[in-house]
Design a binder for this molecule. Structure first.
Ligand SMILES: O=P(O)(O)OC[C@H]1O[C@H](OP(=O)(O)OP(=O)(O)O)[C@H](O)[C@@H]1O
Ligand code: HPA
Ligand SMILES: [Mg+2]
Length: 173
């Protein structure tokens, strides 16, 4: 079965905003390098686009966490499906995520990663849905604040579909 999807943020809008955030991060980390943590699977498209825009040295690692399964509601339990390959000690770490919704995933992840002794730990997200927050999360870089709707595209899925859309769309359920 296929759902209707309408455009919320066009490809051009998303790419323009990622370039802006990339410039801001490059300025903020000037003279340093940044260790990007891509939160799989949703964060993969944003991480690639953002990394290409950074003008500072970049290293990359990947972590996979899951709490939504195939549902539009979080299960409430965050599971580490794949851990990082490298230690974080002494590194300037920037977590790159597709969306902060309830905040459960990122409040859990920030706590876990903080204990690994990074020099600094910051968070960058493509989308933020502040209305839905149940856990406090300090977000350092936000590309777009969005209303309380289930969105897909640019890495975000509905039951594993639509991650490859080059724009952000709303699923009409
Ligand atoms: O703020 P929250 O309510 O925790 O929701 C945000 C998280 O949920 C989604 O991941 P999901 O668990 O669906 O895994 P996926 O990235 O593999 O799709 C999304 O990619 C975020 O990681
Ligand atoms: O709006 C959303 N869309 C897709 N995945 C998500 N995970 C949390 N919120 C969302
Ligand atoms: Mg998902």
């Amino acid at each position: 079965m296929s759902e209707k999807v309408h455009v919320l943020l066009s490809e051009e809008e998303v790419e323009k905003r990622i370039r802006e955030i990339g410039e801001q991060i490059s300025r903020d980390y000037e003279g340093r390098s940044v260790h990007l943590i891509c939160v799989l699977k949703g964060g993969v498209f944003f991480t690639c686009e953002l990394a290409k825009r950074l003008k500072i040295p970049v290293s990359l690692d990947f972590m996979s966490v899951s709490s939504y399964g195939d549902d539009t509601k979080s299960s409430g339990v965050v599971r580490i499906v794949k851990d990082l390959d490298e230690p974080l000690e002494g590194k300037d770490v920037l977590i790159v995520e597709d969306i902060i919704d309830s905040g459960r995933t990122l409040s859990y992840l920030m706590e876990v990663l903080r204990q690994r002794g990074p020099k600094s730990l910051k968070l960058c997200t493509l989308l933020d849905k502040p209305e839905r927050r149940v856990r406090d999360v300090q977000v350092d870089y936000v590309c777009f604040n969005i209303p309380d709707e289930f969105v897909v595209g640019y890495g975000l899925d509905y039951a594993q579909k639509y991650r490859n859309l080059p724009y952000i769309g709303v699923v009409e359920l």
